[in-house]
Design a protein around this ligand. Structure first.
Ligand code: MGP
Ligand code: SAH
Length: 246
């Protein structure tokens, strides 16, 4: 008995499937930027890149500080959702735009300030990828200098926490915020509006942070929100002000 032939086999030579490695120009440019900016310190954040910006592959710009400071997109969207329909939101420490982009999708106008001109250029590039650059006024400047000239409905504060070593503290007190302590920062924002949002470390001293509401008389309303991505705590957002927004 002759062995039966597998009906799927044929006499014609089989064509091997060659995987196409064609990359788009945007992807190639992204690879080049990554080589320059993904230092060993920020490698672990690179693995979370799509949590930071879902459209990362379309040409998002980041520098070393931004890799560990940007607000993950899901959290930024949640923070912005509390301001839905608001007029002007001031993002006082805008970085590469993680928050400003989400505010721009929910509010009428965003004023995005950062002291570092390179970050502002990156924020503009990133906002363009999300198609919201026309809803944002980008300002290169020191928030403490420009604050007296600003008008807005909500101020969002995500200042530097002193780098990834913030978590070495058992309790992160407000004097550890940079470049000024949390009390001074809050007072400066309070002079603009009673509606203030602070994005703070997950180990922040909550009594001290919520106590900022008592700097106003009567005390401001307060709402605390712990922010998670994939079940991991990333930070704490405290919302202050008129019952709570917009
Ligand atoms: P993380 O704790 O350094 O990262 O930052 P991760 O992945 O939670 O690491 P793990 O080892 O602790 O599990 C968590 C989040 O905090 C970041 O995604 C940023 O949104 C925010 N964040 C971290 N830093 C150091 C800063 C900062 O200096 N300023 C601001 N505004 N946000 C920061
Ligand atoms: N929320 C941002 C990240 C903010 S990180 C995002 O999601 O992209 C904090 C930022 O504060 C840094 O980009 C830093 O350049 C900026 N910064 C530090 N001192 C400042 C100041 N005095 N005024 C304005 N920005 C400042």
């Amino acid at each position: 008995m002759s062995p039966t032939k597998d009906p799927s086999s044929s006499q014609a030579p089989t064509k091997k499937k060659v995987k196409s490695k064609t990359r788009t120009r945007a992807q190639l440019a992204q690879k080049k930027k990554e080589k320059e900016n993904v230092t060993p310190l920020v490698k672990k954040y690179w693995f979370q890149r799509y949590d930071l910006f879902s459209r990362y592959d379309e040409g998002i710009d980041m520098d070393e500080e931004s890799w560990f400071s940007v607000t993950p997109e899901e959290i930024a969207a949640q923070q912005a959702s509390w301001c839905a329909g608001a007029g002007v939101v001031i993002d006082a420490f805008a970085g590469v735009g993680g928050n400003a982009i989400q505010f721009a999708q929910m509010c009428q106008r965003v004023i995005a300030i950062d002291i570092d001109p390179k970050k502002v250029a990156m924020a503009y590039n990133n906002a363009k990828i999300y198609g919201v650059e026309h809803h944002i006024d980008f300002i290169v400047g020191d928030f403490f200098q420009v604050a007296p000239f600003l008008k807005g409905d909500v101020v969002f504060l995500s200042p530097p926490w002193g780098g990834p070593s913030y978590k070495a503290k058992e309790s992160f007190t407000l004097d550890l915020l940079k470049p000024k302590d949390g009390h001074s920062l809050f007072q400066i924002a309070r002079a603009i509006t009673p509606k203030i949002i602070m994005y703070l470390p997950r180990n922040v001293d909550l009594v001290q942070a919520t106590g900022l509401s008592c700097l106003s008389s009567p005390p401001l309303d307060v709402k605390i929100e712990e922010n998670f991505v994939r079940g991991n705590s990333k930070g704490i957002t405290i919302y202050f002000g008129d019952n709570i927004f917009p």
